[in-house]
Design a protein around this ligand. Structure first.
Ligand SMILES: *Cc1c(COP(=O)(O)O)cnc(C)c1O
Length: 342
C-alpha cells in the first residue's frame, strides 16, 4: 500500500488504561466514551472497538451521520447528543442509535415513535443544549421512556462555584422526571469527585490523553503520537534564515531536517519557534515558522537522514501551552493526511 509521509501512532494500551482509570474514578457509575468528531481525531471506529473489547458499553457521538458510520460495529449503546431533527427521523427509527433529546419539539417528535427509549439533556445553567425547568413544568417529557437523564458541566475544568450550582439544579430537576440512569460528568467532571458521577460518566478528552484538571496529571497517558518523515536535510550556515518571514536566523552552523508536517495537519502556527520533535530522550527544537505542510527541526549533533521518521512532541497539556490552542482543538484539528497506525 502507498505510504503517506505522515502517520499518527495510536497507543491502544494507553487508551484502555485511560478508560480504566476514569472508570475507577467513576466509582459505582458506568463509564462511557464520547467518540464524536471521529473519536476526537483518532478514529471513532478504532476507539469504539478498542474500548468495547475492554468492557465499555456506552458510546456518544454528536450527529446521526457519525452514528451511521459506526452502525456496522453494532455497539451496545450508541447515543446521539444532538437529538432528532425531522431530517434525522428515518435513520433514528432504524434503531442504529438512541437520541439525546434536547428540546420540547424533539421530545414531541420522539413521542410519536412509540415505545422506543431515549435519553434527555437537561440544561442546568450552561445555556447550550437541553430542556429547562419551564419545559419540564409544561410536561414536555410526559409519556417518554427515558433511559438516561443527563446534563453537561460548563466549567468542570475550573474550581468554579458553577460546578456545584449545576449539580444542585441537576438533582432538583431529575427528582421530577422518571429515568433509568443519571449522567453529569465529562472528563473534568469525573475529577471533581464521586458526587458528580451519578450512574454514568461520559469522558472524551481524557480518554485520548487530555488532562483537563491537575487531579488527572500522572493518571492519564498520551495516546496520540504524530510521526513525520524527513524530506530533506541541510546545513544552514551561521547568519542564514529558515522559513517564512525569516523569523529564525542561525546563530551558528546548524543541521536542519525538513519534516512533512504543518498547520494543515493541525500543527498550528502557534507552535512556531516553540514546538519540538523527539528522538529517543532528545528534544529537538522547531526552527522558525510552521508552514502549511512543512516544519524545520534542529538536528545538530544527531544522526538524522532524509527518509527518517521523527516523533512530534504532542503531549497535550504541554502542546496546548506551547500553541495557545486547547487540548480539544489539538486533537480534533489533526486533519486527514495521516496514516493512522496502531
Ligand atoms: C463532548 C461531550 C462530552 C465529553 O466531554 P470531555 O470534556 O471531552 O470529556 C460529554 N458530554 C457531552 C454532552 C459532550 O458534548
Amino acid at each position: 500500500m502507498f505510504e503517506l509521509p505522515l502517520r499518527l501512532r495510536r497507543d491502544a494500551d494507553a487508551l484502555v488504561a485511560n478508560w480504566r482509570a476514569l472508570a475507577r474514578l467513576s466509582g459505582t457509575a458506568a463509564c462511557g466514551a464520547a467518540i464524536k468528531a471521529d473519536g476526537y481525531g483518532l478514529g471513532a471506529a478504532w476507539v469504539a472497538e478498542t474500548l468495547a473489547a475492554a468492557g465499555c458499553r456506552d458510546f456518544f457521538v454528536a450527529t446521526w451521520a457519525e452514528a451511521a458510520a459506526l452502525a456496522p460495529l453494532q455497539l451496545p449503546n450508541l447515543s446521539v447528543f444532538h437529538g432528532v431533527r425531522d431530517e434525522d427521523m428515518e435513520l433514528a427509527l432504524s434503531g442504529i442509535a438512541t437520541p439525546v433529546l434536547n428540546t420540547a419539539r424533539q421530545a414531541a417528535r420522539w413521542r410519536g415513535a412509540v415505545g422506543r427509549a431515549c435519553h434527555v439533556m437537561l440544561d442546568t445553567g450552561m445555556n447550550r443544549l437541553g430542556l429547562g425547568e419551564d419545559d419540564l413544568a409544561a410536561g414536555a417529557l410526559d409519556g417518554l421512556a427515558i433511559d438516561t437523564l443527563m446534563s453537561h458541566l460548563a466549567s468542570a475544568d475550573e474550581d468554579s462555584a458553577q460546578n456545584s450550582e449545576q449539580r444542585g439544579r441537576f438533582v432538583a430537576m431529575t427528582e421530577k422526571v422518571a429515568a433509568q440512569r443519571l449522567s453529569l460528568a465529562n472528563s473534568a467532571g469525573i475529577a471533581l469527585g464521586s458526587d458528580y458521577a451519578f450512574s454514568l460518566t461520559r469522558p472524551g478528552l481524557a480518554l485520548y490523553g487530555g488532562v483537563p484538571r491537575p487531579e488527572l496529571a500522572g493518571v492519564i497517558a498520551q495516546v496520540a503520537f504524530p510521526e513525520a518523515q524527513v524530506l530533506q536535510c541541510r546545513t544552514v550556515r551561521a547568519g542564514e534564515a529558515v522559513g517564512y518571514n525569516a523569523t529564525w536566523i542561525a546563530p551558528a552552523d546548524t543541521e536542519v531536517a525538513i519534516l512533512n508536517y504543518g498547520y494543515a495537519d493541525g500543527y498550528f502556527r502557534g507552535f512556531s519557534g516553540r514546538g519540538a520533535a523527539l528522538l529517543g530522550d532528545a528534544v529537538l527544537p522547531l526552527l522558525g515558522r510552521v508552514s502549511m505542510d512543512l516544519i524545520a527541526i534542529d538536528v545538530t549533533g544527531y544522526d538524522v537522514a532524509e527518509g527518517d521518521w521523527l516523533t512530534i512532541d504532542f503531549a497535550l497539556p504541554r502542546a496546548a501551552a506551547q500553541s495557545g490552542m486547547s487540548q480539544y482543538e489539538l486533537l480534533t484539528g489533526m486533519g486527514s493526511r495521516f496514516d493512522r497506525v496502531g
